[in-house]
Design a protein around this ligand. Structure first.
Ligand code: XIL
Length: 299
């Protein structure tokens, strides 16, 4: 196969990218993205600050721009993200307690109603666990509304759009030996046992020199899948873009039947949130990097 999306489709998977609405007027960008990928995640446009800038006043202008570009170009969409401590609008940052809990529920209902039936996977909750060795929840205004906020978010999401796969998404949950990984694993296990509706776990996979790829990545994906959820690589980028590491990630996903697909977090290095680490598959001039060829060959 000659594109990442077509190559991934050979095994029933997808190969996606984050898309930024502000770059859709750049024809070099859209020609690569249109050609290579068959899944799209809006990089910022479906986050809370973008979709509900004032309480109860939803704005889907930028989200729809990315959504429409994706669908018009034959791609599916991962929604990202409904409940998160970061990129909250000011009004939400200042809420707490039961009014914040209700605002979270209203937000999930408002956004999911707009995109009902149109989103393949939703990142319902993003980054709810703490870094380091505690295995604890991340302290946040949402966490302070009560430990059940995550399951409330998932139950609300299921009712709002029964067609979407509902994912928990996080970073530094790829190394099987880490406390954060085990904490998320235990939450998912508990949710499955108690019937809390969760369908998938997203592994952001922002690899850098402090949190590098580890060869137990496959064990992590396999272990979560064995709980009865799908897994996905949702925001892949690798400092320095080692072709070997990129191929390892692809091979690990392909080795796990419940790995739905891989999304890289941007198109060209110049589009990356970590551009100085040159972590992606295309150079700023649009040419293919060695990591691109390595991924294509591994798929
Ligand atoms: C990043 C975007 O790439 C940036 O443009 C933005 O300024 C900050 O957020 N984890 C996530 C993503 O779940 O939403 C983040 O995206 C990267 C880390």
């Amino acid at each position: 196969e000659s594109t990442l999306g077509a190559a991934a489709a050979q095994s029933g998977r997808y190969f996606g990218t984050a898309i930024a609405s502000g770059r859709l007027g750049d024809s070099a960008y859209t020609s690569i993205a249109g050609r290579e990928f068959n899944m799209v995640t809006p990089e910022n446009e479906m986050k809370i600050d973008a979709t509900e800038p004032q309480r109860g006043q939803f704005n889907f202008t930028a989200g729809d721009r990315v959504y429409n570009w994706a669908v018009q170009n034959g791609k599916k969409v991962r929604g990202h993200t409904l409940a998160w401590h970061s990129q909250q609008p000011g009004w939400m940052q200042s809420l707490s307690g039961s009014s914040l809990r209700q605002a979270m529920i209203d937000h999930i209902n408002g956004v999911m109603a707009h995109y009902k039936g149109k989103i393949a996977q939703w990142d319902v909750v993003n980054e709810a666990f703490a870094d380091g060795n505690s295995g604890a929840r991340r302290d946040s205004n949402l966490q302070r509304t009560g430990n059940d906020w995550i399951e409330v978010a998932f139950r609300t999401a299921r009712a709002a759009d029964p067609a979407a796969k509902l994912c928990y998404n996080d970073y530094n949950t790829d190394n099987w030996t880490w406390a954060k990984t085990q904490a998320v694993y235990n939450m998912v296990k508990d949710f499955k046992q108690r019937g809390v509706p969760i369908d998938c776990v997203g592994f952001q996979s922002h690899f850098n020199n402090d949190s590098p790829y580890n060869s137990n990545y496959r064990t992590t994906l396999q272990s979560f899948a064995a709980l009865g959820v799908d897994v996905a690589v949702t925001e892949l980028d690798i400092q320095g873009a080692s072709p070997t590491t990129y191929a390892n990630v692809v091979n690990d996903c392909l080795a796990v039947s419940r790995c739905l697909g891989i999304t890289v977090w941007g198109v060209r290095d110049s589009d990356s949130w970590r551009a100085e680490q040159t972590p992606l598959l295309f150079n700023g001039d649009g040419s293919k990097k060695a990591a691109y060829t390595s991924v294509l060959n591994a798929l």
